[in-house]
Structure formats: C-alpha cells, structure tokens
Design a protein around this ligand. Sequence first.
Ligand code: NZQ
Ligand code: ZN
Length: 400
Amino acid sequence: MQTEIANFTFYNPVKIIFGKDQIEQLPELISKDKKILITYGGGSVIRFGTLDRVKEALSGYTFGEFGGIEANPTFETCMRAVDVIKKEGYDYLLAVGGGSVIDGTKFIAAAAKFAGDPIDIFASGVGKGLPIEDAIPLGTILTLPATGSEMNETSVITIKEKQAKISFKHEKVYPVFSILEPELTYTLPKRQLANGITDSFVHIIEQYLTYPVGGMVQDRFSEGLLQTLIEIGPEVVDEDNHDYTLRANYMWTATMALNRILSRGVPGDWAAHGLGHEITVLNHTDHARTLSAILPALMDIRRTEKHDKLIQYAERVWHIHEGSDEEKVDAAIEQTASFLRSIGMPVTLQEIDVKKSDIDFLVGQLEKHNNTAISERGDQTLEVSRRIYERALAKDYASN
Ligand code: NZQ
Ligand code: ZN
C-alpha cells in the first residue's frame, strides 16, 4: 500500500475547443489533404442537425460516413468500419456523438492499423493484449457529456461473441482535438442527462474514495467537481432547462472527471466499473445505471478499507460534521444514494432487473476477466464482489 504521492507523469495532448459555434472551426483543425471518415451512432446527430453542420464545415474536404455505432459499441460493428477504411483509404476519423461513438472510433483507429487480429488489442482473458504501434488520428465532437472519452486514451468495447465488455488504453488513441459545444446537450433526454451526471460522479469517486496519501490537489479538485455535480445535477436533468451556463458547467465537469488530472500519483479503485460492466453484459443496462445501483452498497461493504476517505468525503463534500465516525459514514452513503435517486437513477439492483439468480453469472464473469483482486488495495476478491452484488440487491440506501 502506498503511503505518499507516487511518482507520476501527466500527459494529455487533447486540444479542447469549448463554447458556442465551434464546429465551424473544423477547417482550422484538420488539414485539407486528409480523407476523413465521419463516424456516428444511431442517428441522433442526423435528427438534430449536427451532422449537417459538420458536413457544411467540411465543404471542400473529401469525406465519407459510417453510422450505426451502437450504445456500448461492439467489436463486430467497429470491424465493419475497419473494412470500409481499408477499402476506401481514409486517413482521419471524426467521431460525432457520445462516449460510445468516441470509444468505437478509438478502437477503429487502432484496429485499422493493427498488424495482427485486432481482438488481440484486448487483454483480460479476451485477447493477447498485444501492443498498439500506430492508429489513425481522430478528432471528436461530443454530444453527451459523461464518459470523459473526449479527453482520454481509453476505449470500452463489447465483444458480443465473447460476452465481454472490456477496455484498452493507449496514447495513440488520444483524440487530436475535441469540440465541446454545451448547446449540443439541449437535445438530450432526461435519462441521458442523469446518466451523464452519474457517470462523471462515479469517475471522480473511483479516483478519490480510496485511502489518503496526501494528494491535496487531487483531493480538492475531486471534492470541487463532486460538489459541482451535486449542485447542478437536479437542474441539469430538467431536459427543458437550456441554461447555457448550467450546461457548460456540466460539460466541463464531465470532461475534467476523467482526463487523468484527478488520478495522478494517488490510488484508484475501478471496482464499481468492473462490477457494472458485467451487468451491462448480462442485460444491456445503460453504463451509468449499473454504477448508481452498485455504488452505495460498495461504499458500505468497503467502509473499513475506505474509512478515512469516507469521513473526508462526508465532511468536505456533504458537510456532515455531527455524530460518530460510523454515523458520518452512514449519512454520507445515504446522501449519495438519495442524490442519485433524486436525479432519477436506480440505487438498487432490482431497479435494473438483476435477480439473485444472476449473481453467479456476474461473479463468474469477473473471474473470467481476471477481476479477482481489484480495488485500490487489490483485496476485493470474488467473495467480496459477491457480497457487494448481494447487498445492492437487498438494500435501498436512499429509503431512510
Ligand atoms: O446513438 P445516437 O443516436 O447518437 O443516440 C445516443 C445514444 O442512444 C444518445 N445521444 C447522444 N448524444 C445525444 C443523444 N441523444 C440526443 N441528443 C444528443 N446530443 O444517447 C444514447 C447514449 O449514448 P452513448 O454514447 O452510449 O452514451 P455515453 O456517452 O454514456 O457512453 C457510454 C459508453 O462509454 C463507455 C461505457 O462503458 C459505454 O460503453 N465508457 C467509456 C469510458 C472512457 N472511454 O473513458 C469511461 C466510462 O466509464 C465508460 O465505461
Ligand atoms: Zn464510467
């Protein structure tokens, strides 16, 4: 266990272009000689006019389109894009969409340049985890603030054939640039807004709620971002509230939540994500809804290991100063669950259709993907994960 801030490198090359009417800047960002493949999802960018704006900004460029990247993007769909690239010779990718389109495009960028079978880009019992040597450069236009994918080097892909939802990470798939127009969030339905607030919230928690090593900058940044989400969350999920400042703060918080600035030199715990991904494999629940259903139970079951940080979280984020340590921890867990429920998120596994009989499958999946010693201490065994799933099924922490 580390006792002080570990050595670290901080490198984030993504150019962020933030504000109103920024899509028009595309010609400043991509050189004219590039042959661009625009990638997108199930059609929201067509319905709401974003794709037309992109095409207009790219007049004079040579470009093609690849639509249909689904939520929780699949290896199978992405490989169809790789075929198109190989046939038609694109040398720049432009992802227009949420985390799924961006993640899918990162994988496509790496797979199109990969010498062997692209399944081997993945490790964790799925492929051989071979190194990526090169990737097609990509830019993004973000339409759903949630994942942070627009400013990080991670991609999460579902391999249907192997019943796996798995990530890879590589510097070569950092976007060259990401355009963040808060006004693009105005078309998001409440469910996706709540998902976005929640995914960002849990990203911050997973980099913060571990054990203290004296990372004052990381801690205060995390606490500030958590408080911002708590403050704006209930207003952001009102889909009719198109206040620019509100949506701008939502968008920037989501990006800052997972661009590596919070995690440098401090321990991290991606257990809620690990447990959550297997629920999405089981029944296709939205990513963020798996996290909110797991988080309160995880905090409770891991209260001893996370004790010091839970107290810090209670005091600094929720302003809980009364009571014994254990009472503060209880109150912080309850406040977290109540906040999530207040923005319309599930906080128990029943609410996302997980049954007791599914837990064996979920734990088996964790084992298959080598998630047998997870968390900031590497001491979250399968038995502990099972207890978290069971508790998330049995107890509603927002009901007090
Ligand atoms: O597909 P379209 O038609 O575009 O519709 C999407 C989709 O149905 C819709 N949408 C997006 N922007 C919209 C919009 N609807 C109206 N107006 C807009 N402006 O929203 C739906 C969900 O989109 P999706 O991209 O799937 O959501 P999200 O951004 O939450 O991404 C989730 C994926 O990202 C992964 C998750 O596991 C999941 O696969 N993650 C990626 C991470 C990363 N790269 O660092 C970290 C995260 O922890 C996460 O695991
Ligand atoms: Zn997430």
